[in-house]
Design a protein around this ligand. Structure first.
Ligand code: SF4
Ligand code: SF4
Length: 330
């Protein structure tokens, strides 16, 4: 198998991004501790923490589209969202398959299910039914943000104390999860042992949006029917449960561009990614996706679209009283 090495590279790349996410979370924890007076040592606020605020970033995106004004409350969040949308359009959901830390954990649990021989395959129609919640959630967010909220409401939300302090609220959510949260997370982990990538395939509204973009994008995994020996290895390893061995071209919104299928195909040149008319070496997909992610970060840094314009004193002041901030309702 010419591209078998991809199966080893993917967890490595995912693992690196996962560790980096933990590092950002820890740096933010140090900043937060300082800001609420729990520690005397000042730590700068890591802008990357805004990657955990996708809804705020979507609001920033709408304002950017309507006015051209960049969200300078959480600019890194908007930059990361724009990078992820571009990656998803160009390289399928390679963000989910190669970069997302939740996707990494999901893959680890999936592998555990395979190792323990507990994983089961889901019939396509069952998969579609199970996918309904994530599309409903996505439709809800799209409706509220892009239809119901006008520019005035968007501006009010972006500049609200709630939005400024939402990073700390998110941290509290992780530091002190409620029993309900723990039960839901535990349920998803258990479900993921039996049905690989349960969260990503059936519940993540962000992934649903990225999948729709990937569907209209130019990258496909293409199967050469004349070379195919119908061994079904591609279907068995696909974390999205796609029947790759039956497809001439994989366009499914659930395809995460992981290329597990390509890596196990025994017939050289039978299964390859194709960008428009060009067949690609599969290594280019993660290389270009990660490069685009990094370039977005560098450009944002160089042009002043990475660091927030909110003064540190405001963060301190809002964190001190954020318990009283309710989510703005529209
Ligand atoms: S079709 Fe291939 S690239 Fe897409 S999710 Fe399945 S294994 Fe990954
Ligand atoms: S792994 Fe390759 S040869 Fe086997 S069924 Fe899939 S595409 Fe065909």
């Amino acid at each position: 198998m010419k591209y078998g090495y991809l199966r080893f590279i993917r967890p490595l790349v995912q693992g690196l991004f996962f560790v980096f996410s933990l590092y950002i979370g820890y740096e933010f924890y140090l900043f937060y501790s300082w800001a609420i007076g729990g520690s005397g040592d000042f730590h700068p606020r890591p802008p990357g923490v805004e990657s955990f605020l996708p809804i705020s970033a979507l609001l920033g995106l709408k304002r950017f589209i309507l006015t051209g004004n960049y969200d300078m409350v959480h600019p890194a969040g908007l930059t990361i969202l724009l990078a992820i949308l571009t990656i998803s359009f160009l390289f399928r959901k390679a963000f989910c398959g190669w970069i997302c830390p939740v996707g990494f954990i999901s893959n680890l649990v999936e592998r555990m299910g395979h190792t323990l021989r507990l994983s089961i395959s889901v019939r396509p129609w069952v998969g579609w039914v199970l996918s309904i919640p994530k599309y409903l959630l996505m439709a809800f967010f799209i409706y509220v943000i892009f239809i119901k909220m006008d520019l005035h409401a968007i501006e009010a939300f972006i500049n609200s104390p709630y939005n400024v302090a939402v990073d700390a609220k998110m941290l509290q959510f992780f530091l002190a999860p409620s029993n309900t949260t723990l039960l839901v997370i535990g349920g998803i982990v258990v479900a993921s042992v039996f049905i690989g990538n349960f969260w990503c395939r059936y519940l993540c509204p962000y992934g649903a949006l990225l999948g729709l973009l990937a569907m209209i994008g130019p990258l496909r995994i293409v199967r050469d029917e004349e070379k195919c020996i119908s061994c079904k290895r591609c279907r068995r390893v696909c974390p999205a449960g796609i029947p790759v061995d039956k497809r001439q071209s994989v366009w499914d919104p659930d395809c995460i561009g992981c290329e597990e299928c390509v890596s196990v195909c025994p017939k050289e040149g039978c299964l390859l990614p194709r960008l428009g008319h060009y067949r690609l070496n599969p290594l280019w997909v993660p290389l270009l996706a990660v490069a685009l992610f990094e370039v977005a970060w560098l450009v944002a840094m160089a042009t002043g679209h990475w660091e927030t314009m909110v003064p540190i004193d405001i963060f301190k002041r809002f964190y001190a009283v954020m318990e009283g901030f309710a989510h703005p309702s529209y």
